[in-house]
Design a binder for this molecule. Structure first.
Ligand SMILES: NC(=O)c1ccc[n+]([C@@H]2O[C@H](COP(=O)([O-])OP(=O)(O)OC[C@H]3O[C@@H](n4cnc5c(N)ncnc54)[C@H](OP(=O)(O)O)[C@@H]3O)[C@@H](O)[C@H]2O)c1
Length: 271
């Protein structure tokens, strides 16, 4: 299927890791120019080198922190300098602290909201005017199925993701009038560095081993295996493409039909 993405300019915040890196490779295969970002300059460069090794040339890396207004403004300025415009923004950054009420300090809560939710807002504030001045655009924000299926041991990520899903729906109306679509994708467990932290929290709160927590998590997914970064990236790239032109303000859950309550041992007091 031709996604009609060739020659589009894509900016990924968090493009140097897991889901974002899979997105970067996929957009490049679809003929896009891609700008990859992340805090660690070495990881950003590694991703750019890996993409260039596949023969693509229109790829560039810009290290910076989504939690910093200055960094985000500078990244968007440099992307526009390099590629002339931005057609697609994908937010896939953020590492909100996992844990239950007593585990996460107010400072960690604030950092989680600043890095992920407000991080996306910082990027959108800068890219939306660029898209509007160009030929419109598409924004896809990676949130998480905890935003619709809460779990007490991932309290802050659930709250941040619920807020992000709400943000998308609101922005879809405002920016939709200016030819910019805004959607979110909410993954369930996906095999990346980020999932390791969630599996650790699941283990801790149920007093089971890390490996057993993995078995519990897989048991909640009907097919019995976690998702891959590529499976999430494929949905993101489709949503970003003109083929999804009538999809705006949607939150697409990509979790293999996960039955989240099965992860909550409080439902099984005799175990
Ligand atoms: N994996 C899952 O099971 C899962 C499930 C639900 C939702 N999600 C969400 O999906 C998104 C991507 O997660 P992932 O699994 O791909 O995680 P990952 O493998 O840890 O990658 C995260 C990426 O975001 C970057 N990043 C993190 N904080 C940043 C910041 N403040 N500024 C700029 N870049 C930042 C990281 O690079 P640096 O560390 O170098 O900055 C990396 O490129 C996250 O929002 C996560 O909450 C993941």
């Amino acid at each position: 299927m031709d996604l009609k993405l060739s020659d589009q300019v894509v900016l990924l915040s968090g493009g140097s890791g897991g889901i974002g890196s899979a997105c970067a490779h996929t957009f490049v295969r679809e003929g896009c120019a891609v700008a990859v970002t992340g805090r660690d300059p070495a990881s950003v460069q590694e991703t750019v080198d890996a993409i260039r090794a596949s023969g693509a040339e229109d790829v560039a890396g810009f290290a910076g922190d989504a939690g910093s207004d200055e960094d985000v403004a500078e990244i968007v300025r440099r992307v526009v300098d390099r590629f002339g415009r931005v057609d697609v923004y994908v937010g896939t950054s953020g590492s909100v602290a996992t844990g239950a009420l007593a585990d996460v300090t107010p400072d960690q809560w604030l950092a989680g909201f600043s890095d992920k939710l407000v991080g996306y807002v910082r990027f959108i504030r800068h890219v939306a005017p660029v898209m509007e001045a160009g030929r419109g655009g598409s924004i896809v924000l990676v949130m998480g199925n905890g935003g619709v299926e809460p779990r007490y041991w991932e309290l802050a990520p659930g709250a941040v993701n619920a807020a992000g899903i709400n943000l998308c729906r609101s922005l879809a109306t405002d920016l939709g009038r200016r030819s910019i679509r805004v959607n979110s994708v909410s993954p369930g467990p996906v095999e990346t560095k980020r999932w390791d932290a969630a599996q650790q929290a699941l283990a801790h709160h149920n007093h089971i081993s890390f490996d057993d927590a993995g078995i519990v998590a897989r048991h909640t997914i009907p097919r019995g295996t976690l998702g891959s970064a590529q499976e999430v990236a494929d949905v993101i790239v489709f949503l970003a493409s003109p083929l999804a032109g009538y999809v705006n303000g949607a939150n697409i859950v990509v979790d293999g039909g996960q039955r989240v309550p099965l992860m909550d041992f409080a439902n099984y007091p005799k175990i």
